[in-house]
Design a protein around this ligand. Structure first.
Ligand code: FUB
Length: 638
């Protein structure tokens, strides 16, 4: 039997999207089938594309399938293409008919069911591709499933291991699947008890012993699709029609297509809309909203939201244009109609307007400030508050018109302008935010709570010893508060000038009354100018004394000290000069390397002096072996 291996490695550029609705923000994703595998949500949508030349321009056009996954409903990873039309042995290589798929896992194997146009004949057949992982690679069966002519396959795995397949094509049909999942058992049956009117996209599931058959349904002449459902005590019906899950889309997107899963205790409805293509509804995007069951098993109608589900980290770009709730008059629109994936902005037209964005997680926000991407035509102000329009103020953002274009939309290079504002209050845990307009009209793309970089962490007395990082860089240092220097230009850093100043200052060192601080650097290089900014009198024009104590279990001979500094520096090991980096330098790893030296068994003191005039000061240092590999087996004490 000829089998076709579809290698996802060829196409998998893994990208992530931090998403509300639509959840995938760099391509079109219709007919979203979600499944939970190994504790993660996997999403198998159709992949709408604009029709290439020679294809019908006003119809659905799909050439392949991607799979996406998420654990938090907010960040989605695109695992790349899993099946393409050219790789389906029985499919038309240029059919562009890879409509709504499904994927299920039985006995550790993944079965991906998909419709496609067959090479011979008209209409659609349904194929299966199998894999050992939900991300593929998938291997296509050589023939389509016999007895199924139609679209939108969906598989239900019952508690006893029996699988059922449902599909559409004129009516909704169903059948048992054979144990190998590749053929149906017996004849297909038309599902009974469903309402009159066009139906497609069946999605079946079981909850509390009750079978649910859910489907897009056109309930009235000239209407568009709703999502509806029926229930039964049998997997293949007859069904009792119950009503709507979601009414027609307000913007008249003709199709809707969905799936329903339970994940971490919540029921979720995946469906689609055409937000990124408002004037052509064959380019659609997947959405998620919460779904609620009544105690009698009936389903409450779902109101589509822009916000969708999931918690948004406060440190990410919070797309408040995807709001949970807003005052009347507030609108959300595409930023760039020629590039819809650029996203949306929300406009608050006047004072008193507000927009609410729910479930923002502040647990990782520490010592932060606010960054906003916004624009206005006139001077204005908006506040970021907690919970609602009367809530506690986190930040006040003032926009003052000053750019050459007369607004804030773009700077000279065409980028949106970002502004920052201090925070007067930081909420705890997860909470809702509300933005209130306090002046004239303002449009906002996103807001973000950004933690300040700390560069280094103070080390308390008695803290356990540390080690160099994986590359051997020593990150724990005692720093003396900087000694300001009158240096107008770094051209003075000649050998004799440096020797003179370093020996003078070294002689004074034992009597210095200056304060010492011990830090672990967050980076491989110790950013001395940041230290000076925080603890010194000036950030530029300083001499810095830096020391560290190295504890060696054994003597290490024939090693070298490799250092880089901005600007000049001198290095002593156990009071012996080992290296001088002279001249006006940038900090470069291993810029200067000492002669062979020895780290003795026990404690060793490494000291350096770094001097710089009008520039940012930092240094990095490590010990290297004869062959250039870093020494990492030493301990660093405070
Ligand atoms: O995506 C193409 C077709 O549109 C699907 O198969 C239908 O369910 C409808 O969503």
């Amino acid at each position: 039997m000829r089998r076709h291996l579809i290698s996802f490695l060829l196409t998998a550029t893994i990208t992530t999207a931090s998403a509300q609705n639509p959840i995938i923000r760099d391509q079109f994703t219709a007919d979203p089938t979600a499944r939970v595998f190994n504790g993660k949500i996997y999403l198998y949508p159709s992949h709408d594309i604009p029709a290439p030349e020679g294809q019908r321009q006003d119809w659905f056009c799909m050439a392949d399938y991607h799979v996406f996954s998420s654990e938090d409903l907010t960040t989605w990873t695109d695992h790349g293409v899993i099946v393409t039309q050219a790789q389906v042995p029985w499919g038309k290589p240029d059919g562009y008919s890879m409509w709504a798929p499904d994927c299920v896992c039985k006995d550790g194997k993944y079965y991906f069911f998909f419709p496609d146009a067959p090479k011979a004949g008209r209409g659609f057949a349904v194929g299966v591709a199998t894999a050992d992982s939900p991300e593929g690679p998938f291997t296509c069966e050589p023939e389509p499933v016999k007895g199924i002519m139609g679209i939108d396959p969906c598989v239900l795995l019952d508690d006893d291991g029996q699988a059922y397949i449902y599909w559409a094509g004129g009516a909704i049909r169903g059948a048992k699947l054979q144990a190998d999942m590749k053929a149906i058992e017996g004849d297909a049956q038309q599902m009974q008890g469903l309402p009159e009117g066009f139906k497609e996209g069946p999605y079946a599931f079981k909850r509390n012993g009750l079978y649910y058959l859910t489907f897009p349904w056109v309930r009235k002449e000239g209407g568009t699709e709703t999502l509806a459902y029926a229930v039964s005590r049998q997997p293949l019906g007859p069904w009792e029609f119950k009503g709507l899950i979601m009414p027609e889309h307000a913007n008249r997107c003709w199709t809707n297509h969905h799936s329903i899963i339970q994940y971490r205790g919540e029921w979720l409805l995946f469906y689609h809309q055409n937000d990124y293509s408002p004037s052509f509804d064959k380019l659609r995007s997947a959405h998620i909203d919460r779904l609620t069951f009544n105690s009698d098993g009936t389903i409450q109608e779902v109101k589509p939201t822009l916000r969708g589900v999931g918690t948004t980290p406060a440190g990410s770009k919070i797309q408040i244009d995807r709001y949970s709730n807003a005052a009347s008059g507030v609108s959300s629109q595409l930023i760039d109609t020629l590039n819809a994936f650029r996203g949306f902005e929300v406009t608050l037209p006047q004072r008193g307007c507000w927009v609410q964005y729910n479930d923002v997680d502040f647990s990782n926000v520490k010592d932060a400030y606010l960054v906003v991407c916004a624009q206005a035509q006139e001077n204005t102000e908006f506040f970021v508050r907690e919970k609602n329009a009367k809530g506690k103020i986190l930040a006040k953002v003032t926009l003052t018109v000053k750019s050459q274009q007369g607004n804030f939309r773009r700077d000279m290079s065409g980028q949106w302008i970002t502004l920052t504002a201090p925070l007067s209050y930081v909420p705890k845990g997860t909470t809702d935010l509300c933005i209130t307009c306090e002046g004239k009209e303002v449009s906002i793309d996103w807001i973000q709570f950004k933690n300040r970089l700390h560069y280094f962490t103070p080390v308390a007395k008695g803290t356990a010893a540390t080690t160099p990082d994986a590359d051997g860089f020593i990150r724990r240092w005692r720093l003396m508060e900087p000694i300001p220097q009158e240096i107008r230009s770094n051209v003075v850093f000649t050998n004799t000038w440096l020797r003179d100043i370093f020996s003078t200052e070294l002689a004074k060192l034992p009597k210095q009354k200056a304060k010492w601080y011990t830090f672990d650097s967050e980076f491989y290089n110790m950013k001395l100018f940041r230290f000076a900014e925080k603890y010194g009198k000036q950030a530029y024009g300083n001499l810095f004394w830096c020391e560290t104590t190295i504890d060696c279990a054994e003597e290490l001979s024939n090693i070298r000290l490799a250092a880089g500094s901005n600007g000049a520096s001198m290095w002593w090991l156990n009071d012996e000069e080992v290296l001088l980096l002279e001249g006006d330098r940038r900090m470069v790893k291993d810029d200067g390397v000492s002669a062979r030296i020895t780290l003795r068994k026990g404690l060793n003191v490494l000291r350096c002096a770094v001097i710089n005039g009008p520039g940012m000061s930092d240094f990095c240092v490590r010990f290297i072996q004869e062959d250039g590999t870093p020494v990492t087996t030493i301990s660093i004490n405070d």
